[in-house]
Ligand binder design. Structure first.
Ligand code: NDP
Length: 309
């Protein structure tokens, strides 16, 4: 039996080396060098080309190399016998929390305006908000969103969260379902998006929803570029309804050099680094899942292909 690594824009070498170390009895192939596709039981994937998984007739487990699975669900067809798993890791939640805290603090202390002012050598004291005066809405209360929402509330932010089903998180006003989206957004000063990308959540960051936020609010999108209607954001920043945005994910990555986001000083751009998969902890999960699969035991961190997350 064998494993195939199918990575696009991601170095497969550390993964191949780690898998060979932990699973010396099995073959590890790096796509497209797969001499024996029939033997492949596990595929570890990051943004694979559309339809590639159909080349492996005995594939049982598709493992995303990250927390998200939209890059698989949108591009592959899954036979009934195939399982889909993702990485769930406290390191991912912790790193994301630190990024989101930095982003939120920089917004309430208006750092992006000071950075622009510095370019023009302009000395101008601006008003700021405190943690206690700031309401943050977190869209998505999953493994990462729930941990983030809770920690923000412990720090003293007023926090609301939104999910598909009802949740209870200490210190967080939890809302759920489409009917309660407005309640989540209305009057928030910062909106954090950490939803999975599905047909239901695509384009959720649009004018209609963003107008519910307080005037001068900030947006932080760390989920997927397809959640954001880009022209709506540019218009809302130009009109002053939004004061700042911090974006880590984009419809096209790398963000093309001629994209208007690069020119908008109110947008802070990071290249999809809010929280990177930690190979050491990820590899343990993948190896364990593979062993469990071969032994007929339960595979962990499975995703509902039907729900899309
Ligand atoms: P989870 O699957 O654990 O959580 C998803 C959350 O979104 C759940 O609370 C779910 O609600 C909610 N949700 C899904 N669909 C809807 C909907 N239609 N309406 C309301 N709520 C909905 O995901 P994670 O927390 O692990 O990760 C979330 C996303 O973060 C990933 O999919 C990925 O895109 C992004 N990410 C980005 C990284 C980066 O570096 N930029 C790094 C890691 C992740 P319920 O619980 O009720 O089902």
């Amino acid at each position: 039996m064998s494993i195939v690594i199918i990575f696009n824009n991601k170095d497969p070498k550390p993964w191949a080396e780690a898998l060979e170390k932990f699973l010396p009895e099995d073959k590890v192939f790096v796509y497209p060098n797969v001499p024996d596709p029939q033997s492949v039981l596990l595929a570890i994937c990051w943004k694979p080309v559309p339809g590639v998984l159909s080349e492996f007739p005995n594939l049982r487990l598709v493992q995303s190399a990250g927390a998200a699975v939209d890059h698989l669900i949108r591009t592959q067809s899954f036979r009934e016998t195939m399982l889909l798993a993702r990485i769930v890791d406290e390191n991912l939640s912790n790193d994301m929390w630190e990024y989101l805290l930095a982003g939120s603090m920089s917004m309430i202390r208006t750092f992006s305006t000071y950075e622009s002012n510095q370019e023009e050598k302009r000395w101008e004291q601006l008003s700021y908000s405190t943690i206690g005066q700031t309401t943050i809405a977190v869209l998505g209360l999953g493994k990462i969103g729930a941990a983030t929402a809770r920690k923000l509330s412990v720090l003293g932010f007023s926090v609301r969260g939104w999910s598909a089903t009802k949740k209870e998180i200490e210190g967080v006003n939890c809302y759920y379902g489409n009917e309660q989206l407005d309640l989540t957004l209305t009057g928030a000063d910062i909106l954090i998006n950490i939803l999975p990308l599905t047909p239901e959540t695509e384009n959720i960051l649009n004018t209609k929803n963003l107008l519910k936020l307080n005037k001068g609010a900030g947006l932080i999108n760390v989920a997927r570029g397809e959640h954001l209607v880009e022209d709506d954001l540019l218009d809302l920043l130009a009109s002053g309804h939004l004061s700042a945005a911090r974006l880590d994910v984009f419809r096209e990555e790398p963000l093309p050099k001629d994209h208007p986001f690069w020119e908008q000083k109110k947008i802070g751009i990071t290249p999809h680094i809010a929280s990177l998969t930690n190979i050491n902890s990820a590899i343990n999960q993948v190896v364990q899942n593979y062993r469990n699969l071969k032994d007929g035991k339960e595979v962990r961190n499975l995703v509902s292909i039907q729900k899309g997350y």
